[in-house]
Design a protein around this ligand. Structure first.
Ligand SMILES: Cc1cc2nc3c(=O)[nH]c(=O)nc-3n(C[C@H](O)[C@H](O)[C@H](O)COP(=O)(O)OP(=O)(O)OC[C@H]3O[C@@H](n4cnc5c(N)ncnc54)[C@H](O)[C@@H]3O)c2cc1C
Length: 317
């Protein structure tokens, strides 16, 4: 069958579009089936034209950053996956842009946090080092208000550029983005194409902070195995990891997925896990923590794609 939408997307300048793309390599879990179409938009104009084309069909679209907070079904994604390329992955520093000694670090939505931090370190500016070790793109980090115990995106963000289908790009501040704990109120389909962060000259102490954030992660998190980081948001006043550990689930395996021995709020892919293995383990943690402590664990990871007639209630402890 001819894929007319794919053919139309392939005609847009500065767009790479292909069919039937395996998604596992595009996620940090390394699980999940193929996308019907996979599109990389390299410029703002290309992105706008892509969004307009996608709007004309009644099919789902998934905006993908670094795939570090998604669990994609084994059957894949039955629509178009969209990512940001070249010009939308820039990273620049403008000194004194926000006042004397207050600089602006701007990055495209597709730029990685790693690259942002590398530039900050090279230029000796501080204010974003709390994001050390978060394997996200800028767009995904803004969307999720990514953060650590040292801070979150909304603390350092000045403004983010948001593009929506058939609407002119707009710069929004953290309040307009509705940033809260691992959450934003960006409307579905809105794309963060750039973000500007406030940074200042780094004292040695601030540079040391980045090293200490990374060292803490290395000591406490199973970074050597594919994962999505923390699976659940911490319930108010408690820690999801503590609850899962107390429920006796640390180290519990289902197929190739395991509740990490090192950090109980991480489910790791230890041996060629399927997406269903991971999802079953998520459901098991939720069921056991609810049964034993009456607490509902809310997944932070986004469960995406074609899960057929999957039912979490079929997972038995
Ligand atoms: C080893 C590891 C450690 C982690 N540590 C942390 C941590 O300390 N703190 C933390 O908060 N998170 C952490 N995470 C989770 C993850 O990195 C964050 O949730 C991150 O914000 C996701 O960014 P991403 O680019 O990978 O987004 P994706 O996983 O690709 O997508 C996540 C969501 O953002 C949306 N999105 C992606 N790009 C854009 C865009 N340009 N515009 C609008 N929406 C977009 C997607 O549609 C999706 O809804 C960790 C993950 C791993 C694997």
């Amino acid at each position: 069958m001819i894929d007319r939408l794919l053919a139309r997307l392939q005609q847009i300048p500065d767009v790479d579009a292909r069919g039937d793309e395996p998604l596992a390599p595009h996620t940090t879990y390394k699980v999940g089936g193929p996308a019907r179409r996979f599109v990389v938009a390299h410029t703002l104009e290309a992105l706008q034209a892509t969004l307009t084309a996608l709007r004309s069909v009644d099919e789902p679209t998934l905006l993908l950053g670094n795939g570090s907070n998604v669990l994609i079904a084994d059957a894949g994604f039955p629509g178009t996956v969209l990512t940001l390329g070249r010009e939308l992955s820039h990273c620049t520093l403008t000194r004194d842009a926000l006042g004397a000694g207050v600089h602006q670090l701007e990055a495209g939505g597709g730029c990685s946090i790693t690259r942002l931090l590398r530039l900050a370190k090279q230029e000796s500016v501080a204010g974003v080092e709390f994001l050390g070790g978060v394997p996200a793109t800028i767009g995904g980090a803004v969307r999720m208000n990514a953060g650590t115990r040292e801070g979150e995106v909304k603390d350092a963000l000045v403004t983010a550029q948001v593009v929506r289908p058939d609407v002119a790009p707009a710069w929004l501040d953290p309040t307009e983005l509705g940033l809260a704990y691992r959450h934003s109120s960006l409307p579905a389909g809105a794309v963060v194409t750039a973000a500007r962060f406030r940074v200042t000259d780094a004292s040695l102490e601030m540079r040391e902070r980045l090293d200490s954030v990374l060292a803490y992660r290395k000591a406490t998190q199973p970074l050597h195995l594919p994962s999505c980081g923390s699976v659940f948001a911490n319930p108010a006043g408690d820690s999801a990891g503590r609850l899962i550990d107390a429920a006796g689930l640390k180290g519990r395996k289902l197929g190739g997925a395991q509740v990490s021995e090192q950090h109980a709020n991480w489910i790791v892919n230890v041996a060629g896990a399927s997406a269903s293995d991971v999802r079953s383990l998520i459901a098991l943690c939720q069921a056991e923590v609810a049964r034993q402590f009456g607490v509902t664990l809310r997944p932070e990871v986004q469960v995406i794609g074609d899960w057929g007639d999957w039912s979490d209630s079929e997972v038995t402890p």
